[in-house]
Design a protein around this ligand. Structure first.
Ligand code: CTP
Length: 221
């Protein structure tokens, strides 16, 4: 158990809230020994889950990493597994935060046996599109607040504004992954939180602090 989580926020502003948070990059298997994934460290999603817990929420973290926490952690691998877990847990939840880096594509055919090298210098893997979990849950959100967390390597705000419309979520946290000092495996981040008519800038800080500010913005402003 993470010792820092024992330091609870005694004002418990998220008491009685059920929050589902996803973290990590999904793993799309090609065969029993190989997969396609991405560089997501899961740190931002885990910081969001830790902070929601410290603020009194009933938390479920759906993660591609194995971690031990004093709240519920559901381990998943692929985007399809994550979709199932999110759909199950979304019922009766007040908020879903999609912080995971979901692979947009998976192998069209999983090979049951290890794929053997051939004499050809090239090989082709056919990929098919994964479901868009954020878009799917935003279509039927009811009273559940839906938060996306996007990664952009250029035109951060322009792309994020298009993305929030396409996905239909209530909030979109925009990360600039072109900067070496923040994002991915870094312990720090600097983000914008977009909603229908507003954009809030959170200046560079630890992922822990950014996570708390995101939760305060979504629930307390
Ligand atoms: N997302 C999702 N399902 C997918 C792809 C993305 O739920 N198949 C969610 C992510 O968890 C994140 C948001 O959509 O909350 C934005 O993810 P991002 O990777 O920035 O965008 P994509 O939709 O993948 O678009 P692109 O790769 O073209 O930027």
């Amino acid at each position: 158990m993470n010792k820092t989580l024992e330091i609870l926020d005694h004002s418990q502003p998220l008491k009685d809230k059920k929050i589902v948070i996803t973290a990590g990059g999904t793993i799309e298997k090609l065969d029993p020994v190989r997969y396609i994934s991405n560089f997501s460290s899961g740190k931002m999603g885990t910081a969001l889950a830790d902070n929601a817990y410290m603020m009194g929420a009933d938390v479920e973290l759906i993660s591609t990493f194995d971690i031990e926490r004093p709240y519920k952690v559901t381990k998943v691998l692929s985007a399809l597994d994550m979709l199932d877990a999110v759909l199950k847990s979304k019922e009766n939840s007040d908020c879903v935060i999609m912080s995971a880096a979901v692979a947009d594509y998976r192998a069209e055919n999983y090979a049951e046996q290890k794929i053997k090298k051939t004499s050809d210098d090239k090989m082709t893997v056919n990929l098919i599109k994964n479901p868009d979990i954020l878009k799917t849950i935003s279509e039927n959100k009811g009273d559940t607040k839906i938060v996306g967390v996007c990664a952009e390597s250029e035109n951060l705000l322009k792309n994020a504004k298009i993305k929030i419309k396409n996905k239909g979520c209530d909030y979109l946290v925009a990360n600039d992954i072109s900067r070496k000092d923040i994002g991915f495996s870094s312990d720090e981040n600097e983000v914008y939180i977009l909603s229908e008519n507003k954009t809030k800038h959170l200046k560079k800080a630890s992922k822990n602090k950014i996570a708390k500010q995101i939760l305060e913005y979504v629930f307390c402003e």
